[in-house]
Design a protein around this ligand. Structure first.
Ligand SMILES: Cc1cc2nc3c(=O)[nH]c(=O)nc-3n(C[C@H](O)[C@H](O)[C@H](O)COP(=O)(O)O)c2cc1C
Length: 194
């Protein structure tokens, strides 16, 4: 990929952690240089409704039906620079790992892999079975970036939002989208006794 990232797909699946998706949409809404197409899986929408409750239409993005394979980004010929699946369920990870294009999230992710474009999967499941681990290995081998929704604490979070922001920031980083959602590590300062 060359040049600034202009258009991405955001897949939102039925893992817990809709707050990660909400923060991503909020960031992208403010970041007007990037266009985003958004697709929820059926269960992704259900979990969003349970954990967030607001209407995702409010962010102003085109929301694609998970069964609509006519979406431009279901084809490798469309101009799309990358995709994030956030949160990514173990079920969606399994389907992507095995190329099962049974819904639009799976198809769009499959396109990213075949076109060698960035695909960031913010997976959330715990504990992980050997099946999950094998699927994630396969995804990493195929070129996806597998990012467990596992916030750090080195930025000294004060709130749940700070933890959410850390995960979203690192996922945006992997797509090459500059952001200042958290205080980046710059070494131990004098206040820490250096
Ligand atoms: C409230 C709720 C929370 C869930 N959390 C997770 C989770 O954290 N990780 C996961 O892999 N599946 C989770 N599931 C199960 C998935 O939603 C389920 O496997 C579903 O088939 C995933 O479908 P999708 O990948 O098409 O969204 C959760 C389901 C519900 C209802």
């Amino acid at each position: 990929m060359s040049g600034p990232i202009k258009r991405i797909v955001v897949g939102i699946t039925g893992a817990s952690g809709a707050a990660y998706a909400a923060r991503t949409l909020e960031f992208l809404r403010e970041h007007t240089t990037i266009e985003a197409d958004v697709v929820f899986t059926k269960t992704g929408r259900l979990v969003w409704n349970h954990e967030i409750g607001t209407d995702p239409e409010n962010y102003g993005f085109k929301l694609w039906n998970p069964g609509d394979f006519t979406a431009p980004f279901a084809s490798g010929s469309a101009r799309v620079d990358g995709m994030m699946v956030i949160p990514c369920s173990s079920g969606s990870a399994a389907r992507i790992a095995h190329g099962l294009n049974t819904d639009l999230v799976g198809r769009a992710a499959d396109v990213m892999l075949k076109e060698r474009r960035p695909l960031v999967l913010v997976v959330r499941e715990t504990p992980l079975s050997v099946i999950h681990l094998r699927n994630l290995t396969q995804l990493a081998e195929a070129g996806a970036v597998v990012m467990p929704a596992s916030p750090g604490f080195y930025h000294q979070p004060k709130s749940v939002q700070d933890l959410v922001d850390h995960v979203v920031a690192r996922a945006l980083d992997r797509l090459g989208i500059d952001n200042e959602l958290f205080r980046r590590w710059s070494g131990l300062g004098v206040e820490n006794g250096d």
